[in-house]
Design a protein around this ligand. Structure first.
Ligand code: PMP
Length: 307
């Protein structure tokens, strides 16, 4: 992935893709203390390329840094500009963006003093995270044998690099057992989230999603709250058990990468009709309308990458 054309924004400058390197003693590489975002730009129907909910992603990056006590050497405005710039400079019509703040190789050790925060933003073409069939038919999920982070072990409001060891272990286990995604429970056994997605279920026309205690404060989750309320669906945040998912009428994941992704099966139990349900379908279409700029009411969620 390092050997390609293009540019990456690193510490305030655009550098050729192949030259955006770090030293092997990069602190974050050793201990995982860094924060990042996953952001997406879509080719809107107007012909413009727009980043979806850019400000919210940048705000979350700064909140993550604040939680982890990582000093940010750039302003939010500078990072917004950088994100729009990398999409433009790489001539991408649609893109996945990866801003990350990390510690450099100025020193070693857990005290993490005398370190500098470095910031990078890369953007690349990323075909759909899931196949078009998965968006319609839904995916097969298994409850993970790994527990999602306990709030007092690692803080889930931060999208921190090291947290993703847990996600990767869970996803690998799910893939190895023939599923497409993992569902992680919190330390008390209640549903938390997917390896990189929030979860919703629908029952008798009401949507339910876990409280934010041990899941990421997802921007797509927040988008879905808005879209659901606009079409008259109530969303309740509360604890959910895995067997509630088994007997739900519908279930779906949300995330920047996964978008709105139906779940057709959990732990061998078919959910509802075993394919995308009606409410999921409706919300999924509204989501695609919003990201593609087809929804007048939500053009405020789009930031054009044009200068
Ligand atoms: N949970 C986890 C663990 C994630 O990594 C993500 C992806 N950032 C999400 C939920 C969904 O968040 P968002 O909708 O902001 O992409």
């Amino acid at each position: 992935f390092a050997d390609r054309d293009g540019v990456i924004w690193l510490d305030g400058e655009l550098v050729p893709w192949r030259e955006a390197r770090v030293h092997v003693l990069t602190h974050t590489l050793h201990y995982g203390m860094g924060v990042f975002e996953g952001v997406r730009a879509y080719h809107a129907d107007s012909g413009e390329t727009c980043i979806f909910r850019l400000q919210e992603h940048t705000d979350r990056l700064f909140r993550s840094a604040h939680i982890m006590r990582i000093a940010m050497p750039f302003t939010k405005a500078q990072l917004n500009t950088a994100q729009r710039l990398v999409v433009r400079e790489n001539k991408l019509q649609e893109a996945y963006l990866r801003p990350m703040a990390f510690y450099g190789s100025e020193g070693m050790g857990l005290r993490a003093d005398s370190l500098q925060t470095h910031v990078m933003v890369a953007a690349w073409d990323w075909p759909s995270y899931m196949t078009p069939e998965a968006k319609e038919l839904g995916i097969k999920v298994r409850t993970s044998s790994y527990t999602r982070h306990h709030v007092n072990i690692s803080m889930c409001k931060a999208k921190a690099n090291g947290h993703y060891i847990n996600s990767m272990l869970a996803l690998r286990e799910a893939l190895d057992s023939g599923c497409e995604e993992a569902l992680l429970l919190d330390n008390e056994g209640y549903v938390a989230e997917g390896s990189g997605e929030n979860i919703f279920i629908a029952r008798d026309g009401v949507l339910y999603t876990p409280e934010l205690t041990s899941c990421l404060d997802g921007i797509t989750r927040n988008t879905l709250f808005q879209l659901a309320s606009e079409c008259g669906y109530e969303v309740r945040e509360r604890r959910i058990t895995r067997d509630e998912v088994y007997v739900a009428d519908e279930a779906f994941f949300t995330g920047t990468a996964a978008e709105v992704l139906p779940i057709r099966e959990l732990d061998g139990r078919v959910i509802g009709a075993g394919r995308r349900g009606e409410i999921t379908h409706k919300l999924q279409s509204l989501y695609f309308d919003a990201v593609k700029g087809r929804s007048e009411a939500h053009t405020g969620w789009l930031s054009s990458v044009s200068p």
